[in-house]
Write a protein that binds this ligand. Sequence first.
Ligand code: GDP
Length: 441
Amino acid sequence: MFELLTEKFSNVIEKLKRAKKLDEKVVDEALKDIKIALLEADVHVDVVKEFIEDIKKKIIGQEVIKGLSAGETVIKLLYDEVINILGGEEASSIAKPEKPPAIIMLVGLQGTGKTTTAGKLAKYLKSKGYKVGVASTDVRRPAAAKQLCTLASSIDIPCFVDENEKDALKLTEKVIEDAKKQGFSYIILDTAGRLHIDEELMEELKQIKEKVKPAEVIYVADAMQGQDAINTAEEFHKAVGLTGVILTKLDGDAKGGIALSIRKVIGVPIKFIGTGEKIDALEPFYPDRIAQRILGLGDIQSLIEKMQAAIEEDKAKEMAQKVMNAEFTLEDLREQIRMIRSMGPLENILKMIPGIGAQIKNLKVDEKKFVQIEAIINSMTPEERMKPHIINGSRKKRIAKGSGTTIVDVNKVLKQYEEMKKMMKKFKKSGKMFNPFGKFG
Ligand code: GDP
C-alpha cells in the first residue's frame, strides 16, 4: 500500500533531516520535491496546489517546534497537512441506527468491489453487536444477487432477495418491509452497477434513495482506478448525494493518489478501506495511521516522542523551580502525582533539581498511596487547594466523604503537605538539598 508515495516522501524526509538551517532554498526544494511526489502519485492537481500552498503558509508562520530541529519541524508540518487532507484527526464512522433499520446504500460501478464490500461491512457491523442483513437491488443481473447471498451465508448473515421481482424499486420496498418486521439494526443495500455511468442507473438510484431514506449512501471506489474513480465519484455525488466513500483494493495501490484526493474533491469522508479479497480485509479509515504509513511510521513516532519529551522536560523544570522557591501548593502536588502516574518515573522530575540524584536511589514510591492522595486533593475546592489553612472540621468531613477516605487520611495528607512546605522553606534558607517526596514513600 502506497509504496511509491512512501518512497518519494522518504527522500524528502531524509533531505530535511540533514538540513541544518531552514533557509529559503531548503524550503523551496522541499516543497518542489513534495509537489513532484504528489503529482507522480496521481494526486488531483487542485489538491496538490492547495496542499503546497497550505504547507508553505504554515512553514512561513512557524517557529521551530520545541525539541525538534528545523527540518524535523517541517516534517511535522507535512505530517499534519497529510492528516488534514485525509480528513483530520478523527476517523469517520458509519451513522448509528437511530431509526432501525438504518439503510446503507452502496453505490458504484461494476467491478469496484461493491458486493465484496457489502459482505465485509456486514461482518464488521455484526462484530460490533448489530443485527445486520444484506440485500441486492440488482434486478438485471441475478448472478450479482446470488454472489451477495453466497457471501452472506458464509458469515451467517441474512440475505433478503426476491428473484421474481424485476422492478428495483418494488424489490427494495419489499426488502425494507421484511427487515423492519424482523428488527434489523442495519440493512446493507448492494445496488446495481454498470460498466459505465448511465442515466437509467442514476435514475434508479435516486428513486431508491427517495424511497428508503438511507442513513448512508456510500460510494465504493476502486483505488487502482486513480483519477477515473474520482471523476465517477463526482458524477454519483451530483446525482444521488454521497455521505462517504469506501476505498477498495488499497492493498494493490502503490500510488495512493485517490486516497489523498477524494475527500478534498468530493467533500465527503473516506469511511473504510478494503485491503484484500478476504471478508475481514476491511479497516476503518484512520487518517493519522495512513499519514504515518505514507511518511514512514518510525520517523513520525520518533518526532512525536521528541516533542513530548520536550514538553515534559519543561513541566518538570517548572515544578522543580516551584519546589526550590517553596511555592508548592496542593494543586501542584496533585499535578505532580498525576504526572508521576502517567509517566511512571518520579526520577524524571527529581533529577531536574540539582544535587538530588543521589537521594533518588533510596526512594520507594507506593502507587496506591498516590491514588488516595490524588482522590483527597480532587475532593477539595480550588480555594482549599491554594489555601489549605481554611480546611476546618466540616470541610474535612466533606473531603473524606467525597474521596471515599476518612478524616484521619485527610489529616495525614494535610500534615504531610505542611511538613513538605516547612522543609522547603528550611531548604530555601539553608541552600541544602532535600527530598520532598520521601514523606510519601
Ligand atoms: P462489484 O462488481 O463492484 O460488486 O465487485 P466485486 O465485489 O465482485 O469485486 C470485484 C473483484 O475485486 C473481486 O475479485 C474481489 O475479490 C476484488 N476485491 C474487492 N475488494 C478488494 C480489495 O479490497 N482488495 C483486493 N485485492 N481485491 C478486492
